[in-house]
Structure formats: C-alpha cells, structure tokens
Write a protein that binds this ligand. Structure first.
Ligand code: HEC
Ligand code: HEC
Length: 204
C-alpha cells in the first residue's frame, strides 16, 4: 500500500511539474477584484449553503493549484454543483489563477470551530491521509487540498460524496472505500479541529 501510494505521488508530482512549467502565475491584486462576486458566500464566517445544508468551504490559505483544479472541475461539470458551476462558468484560466493567488494569501483570523465529532479517534485513523494532506491536514504539496480548519460538516459531506461517487476522483475514491460512517465523522472532526489551517477569505 505505502509503496503504491509513493509511486502514485511521484507520478503525480512529475506531471504537476510539467504542467506547472507552462502556466503563468496568478496576480493576487487582479484576483481580489475578480473575487468580488464570491465574497457573499466565501468571505462570511459560518455561511451555510441553503440546500443541501452544510457550511460553505473555507478557501483562505488553500493551495492555489488545488483552487484552480476545483474551479476547472465545476466549470466542466466533472465536479457537480449548480451554484459553483454558475460561478465558475465564465472564468478564464487566468481568472482562476488570479483568484487562486488571492485566496491563498487572504487568510482572515479565525476562532476555532466548534467540533461535534471525536477528534481523538479521528487522529488515530488519519495515518493513511498524511502522505498527501500532511499529518495535521496542513500539508504543503500544492495539488492536495489543505484540510486543517475546514468546516467539519463540509468534510463529512465531501467524504460521503466520494463514497457515493457523487464527487469523482480516482485517488480519493480508493482512500474512502473502506471507511465506515463513524470513520468519516471521526476524520472530519480531527482535520477540522487542527490549528493554523484554512479560514474564510479576508476580503477588505
Ligand atoms: C451562493 C454561494 C456561493 C458563491 C457566490 C460562490 N461559491 Fe464557491 N462554493 C459554494 C459552495 C456551497 C461550495 C461547496 C460545493 C461542493 O460541495 O462541491 C463551494 C465550493 C467552492 C470551491 C471548492 C472548495 C474546496 O475545498 O474544494 C472553490 C474553489 C470555490 N467555491 C470558489 C468560488 C469562487 C472563485 C467564487 C466566485 C467566482 C465562488 N466560489 C462563489 C458556494 C458559493
Ligand atoms: C495519494 C494522495 C491522497 C491520500 C493518501 C489522501 N488524499 Fe484526500 N485528496 C487527494 C486529492 C488529489 C484530492 C483532490 C481530489 C479532487 O479534486 O476531488 C483530495 C481531496 C480530499 C478532500 C476534499 C477537500 C476539499 O476541500 O473539498 C478531503 C476531505 C480529503 N481528501 C480527505 C482525505 C482523507 C480523510 C484521507 C485519509 C483517509 C485522504 N484524503 C487521503 C489526495 C489524497
């Protein structure tokens, strides 16, 4: 298992480097302006999606490469969410990179989240996540999202979406295949409770 994860990491790392070479860097000042339409949901602490009901994910401090990948996913419909499809629909690749550069550096100060699940149990189950997301969810490999400080209910929802196939990603599909509902709840509690993590976007 560890061997194959390592091989996968190396393969992904190489293609990320190759792809990265051709890309223009994002401009955070331009990104701030382009993010204006997003602040109503992503810059308000504790903002909740009306249906289905879970917190809008925190983006402040997230890795730019992951933000660009997520926006591309919503744009193509590979990642299904009507609201985010509408928001990503008209963005150019440069818009995405500018926005990503802005949100990566726009961390608001954040009070710790109230945690409902069992973070201690989650920590004991998180060993297989560390190689990509970091032991505390603050990993620094750009293509793997940071999880520390992300909303607990969003993390639960996403892990369940990978399990049901609603959200498609071959790596994460394998990672969640054997998790029970309890494991999902414990892991979400653990990563959500880790300090120095994601925040809402600081937009003023
Ligand atoms: C009406 C509220 C709303 C608006 C406006 C909105 N978003 Fe979102 N955003 C959401 C919700 C809800 C999700 C979680 C969707 C899901 O489950 O995949 C999300 C997810 C995301 C994600 C994925 C986060 C992750 O951790 O995977 C990114 C990136 C993102 N939004 C960026 C943007 C950008 C950029 C804009 C503006 C162009 C924007 N959003 C506007 C509600 C909103
Ligand atoms: C081999 C690398 C790898 C391992 C190991 C791994 N992940 Fe992931 N994870 C990824 C990738 C790549 C993505 C982005 C997939 C996508 O775009 O949907 C991701 C996405 C996620 C997301 C979505 C974050 C967001 O903001 O929407 C969560 C939650 C997550 N992983 C949790 C876990 C947990 C919990 C474990 C351990 C049980 C784990 N991952 C193990 C690579 C990995």
């Amino acid at each position: 298992m560890m061997q194959s994860v390592r091989r996968l990491l190396i393969a992904i790392g190489i293609s990320a480097v190759l792809a990265g070479g051709a890309q223009a860097a994002g401009d955070p000042d331009a990104g701030k302006v382009k993010f204006t339409t997003c602040t109503g949901c992503h810059a308000i602490p504790g903002y909740t999606n009306a249906y289905p009901n879970y917190h809008v994910p925190r983006l402040g401090g997230q890795h730019p490469d992951y933000i660009v990948a997520a926006l591309n996913g919503y744009q193509t419909g590979e990642r299904q969410h009507p609201t985010m499809h509408a928001n990503a629909f008209s963005l150019s690749e440069q818009d995405m990179r500018d926005i990503a550069a802005f949100v990566a550096g726009a961390r608001a100060s954040a009070a710790p989240l109230p945690i409902r699940g069992d973070a201690v149990a989650g920590k004991a189950k998180s060993g297989s996540c560390a190689a990509c997301h970091g032991a505390d969810g603050n990993g620094n490999i750009p293509i793997y999202p940071r999880l520390a400080g992300q909303h607990e209910d969003y993390l639960r929802r996403v892990l369940a979406d990978y399990q049901s196939g609603m959200r498609k990603n071959p790596i994460m599909k394998g990672m969640v295949a054997t998790l029970s509902a309890q494991d999902v709840a414990d892991l979400a509690a653990y990563f959500a409770s880790q300090p120095n993590g994601l925040t809402v976007v600081k937009s003023d």
